[in-house]
Write a protein of this length. Structure first.
Length: 563
């Protein structure tokens, strides 16, 4: 038995397998991913994408992409395009099954009229504040609208006049007539249609009334023949309303038997970030970040630009799993998944991001040589490359201490270290500027230690990365960190907002020097040896290449946060 077959099923998979066994839906599996095109998708949506498309693939079914475009005021074609790009980047395809709720506007309107004719819907002229004030509370019943018992013909006339654009925005709504005393607030005569004189990205100015999400969602699933409607837990209380609408508009018993049952699962919550599209939009509009694809954002486009891979995001979604209870996932798991993937697949190169000059005084001036370096020790098929070595080098400033503590195995006055793939060097002299800052190290090298091998068996504990100053490519290095300092960004003091918890050091831009291999390299992902994983940001163009830090080599945040 394969590991896949041996793995325990989550509760949704168990339900699907039971449905297949019983012959429900005639063995057909049809899921859907129904995003609202009012912003860019984030990592929580990635979990839902992987779930819906993944289940369809696992059970030889199909998954639709359906845009819930019922609010033209907040929607944009830019968001539609970005959503499609994100799904394809994750590795999923919807083929010819691209739908929009707006495809069903005519049918939804006919169903709305049907409910009016049945005496199950009415036009309410109350203001939005008046409607809200009469809904009651979870423990106090609501009050019926004075327009609730209008005659059917009057409601039909008003609805048609709403549709024809006769009334201004906010002056009237169409409400379902259900139960103002229901313990479920969503059943207290919910609004079905509102007036919005707004241009729609697909239907233009044909409509000036638009269905609410709750009126469009369940019927759209029904129209498309969705067998398994998977929603996050906040929609659990909406399910009785979806069922009520379908109970009262679908009369054919054979068709009724094919209706889907909505199943809810826990949404993805992650620490050190916010997962609300409203708050993410605020970050973008108020210029707290550099757009939706800022590498600090939890958006899929932000993760992509940061250097995350589709494999790492899919693996993260798999490890998070599908649960019935809400919980908060440590962002460290996401970072672990990208490290795990990039460790196997990324090109190793050497780069220095906090340079300190090293002059090897016994190495001939004007001479340079090419040394062999391994591209990825995890994959011998990636081969080797040539790295130039010369008299003048750069190492990391952190790799030198003038007065080192015990067990400091890097460079210090009189100490010897190994340069990766190169030679042993010994620090002979320290050069300082007028401020007493170390600006250069004068060293010697052992010509017999080429390749970093000891010629006489002596042990050298420290190994440093380096670049040839003469050959290195000057680069812009963007050191990204978590966008918020607090594990829970919503944890604020009185008078503060989540913005007060932003990490002021979430981006540092420095000048680094990278080995010349990157001049002609076409790949984007790199492991800068001993520094972390970096991604070539080709969106930013200029004289210098730009590298975004995807992740450090290990998670040091937890230790820092506890200090």
């Amino acid at each position: 038995m394969s590991s896949e077959e041996n793995k325990s099923l989550n509760f949704i998979e168990a339900m699907i397998e039971e449905d297949l066994k019983s012959g429900k839906h005639n063995g057909r599996i049809q899921t859907r991913f129904p995003p609202e095109p009012n912003g860019y998708l984030h990592i929580g949506h990635a979990k839902s994408i992987c779930l819906n498309f993944g289940l369809a693939k696992k059970y030889n079914g199909k998954c639709n992409l359906r845009f819930d475009d019922t609010n033209p005021v907040k929607e944009d074609v830019e968001y539609v395009d970005s959503i499609k790009e994100d799904i394809r980047w994750l590795g999923f395809e919807w083929e010819d099954r691209e739908y929009f709720a707006s495809d069903y506007f005519d049918q939804l309107y006919e169903w709305a009229k049907l409910l009016v004719k049945k005496g199950l819907a009415y036009v309410d002229e109350s203001s939005a504040d008046e409607v809200a004030a009469t809904r009651g509370t979870p423990t106090v019943p609501g009050k019926e609208s004075p327009f609730r018992n209008r005659p059917v013909e009057e409601n039909l006339d008003l609805l048609e006049r709403m549709k024809s654009g006769e009334f201004p925005d906010g002056s009237r709504v169409l409400r379902a007539k259900i139960d103002m005393a229901s313990p479920n607030m969503h059943m207290r005569d919910p609004v079905m249609y509102r007036i919005k004189h707004a241009h729609h990205h697909r239907t233009g100015n044909k409509w000036c009334i638009y269905p609410m999400y709750d009126f469009a969602h369940g019927q759209s699933d029904f129209i498309e023949g969705i067998t398994h409607s998977l929603c996050t837990l906040e929609f659990e209380v909406h399910r009785p309303l979806y069922d009520w609408f379908l109970d009262n508009i679908i009369e054919d018993s054979d068709v009724n038997a094919k209706r889907t049952h909505q199943t809810e699962f826990a949404r993805l919550n992650m620490n050190y970030t916010v997962m609300s599209k409203r708050l993410l939009l605020q970050l973008v509009k108020e210029n707290h970040v550099d757009g939706w694809d800022d590498p600090r954002m939890p958006t899929i486009s932000g993760l992509r630009r940061r250097g995350y891979t589709p494999e790492s995001v899919r693996n993260f979604a798999e490890r998070v799993g599908v649960a019935k209870r809400e919980n908060t996932i440590d962002v460290g798991l996401l970072e672990h998944c990208v490290r795990e993937d990039l460790n196997k697949s990324s090109q190793r190169i050497m780069g220095v991001i906090n340079p300190l000059k090293v002059t090897i005084e016994n190495y001939p001036e004007g001479k340079s040589e090419d040394l062999d370096a391994v591209n990825n020790p995890e994959d011998e098929n990636m081969g080797t490359r040539k790295v130039p070595f010369s008299r003048n080098l750069f190492i990391e400033q952190d790799d030198f201490m003038e007065e080192p503590p015990k067990k400091f195995f890097r460079l210090a006055p009189g100490s010897e270290v190994r340069l990766r793939y190169a030679y042993f060097i010994t620090c002979k002299k320290v050069v300082k500027n007028e401020n007493g800052e170390v600006v250069e190290l004068i060293c010697t090298y052992d010509p017999e230690s080429k390749g970093g091998n000891s010629p006489d068996g002596r042990k050298v504990k420290g190994t440093l990365h380096w670049v040839s100053a003469e050959h290195a490519v000057e680069s812009e290095i963007r050191l990204y960190d978590r966008l918020f300092e607090k594990e829970n960004p919503y944890d604020t003091k009185e008078g503060e907002t989540f913005l007060d918890n932003m990490n002021k050091d979430s981006l540092k831009i420095v000048t680094g020097y990278i080995e010349p291999f990157i001049k002609d390299a076409t790949m984007n992902h790199y492991q800068f040896e001993r520094l972390g994983y970096f991604y070539r940001d080709r969106k930013i163009t200029g004289e210098k290449p730009v590298f975004n830090r995807t992740a450090t080599l290990r998670d040091s945040w937890a230790k820092i946060a506890k200090q």
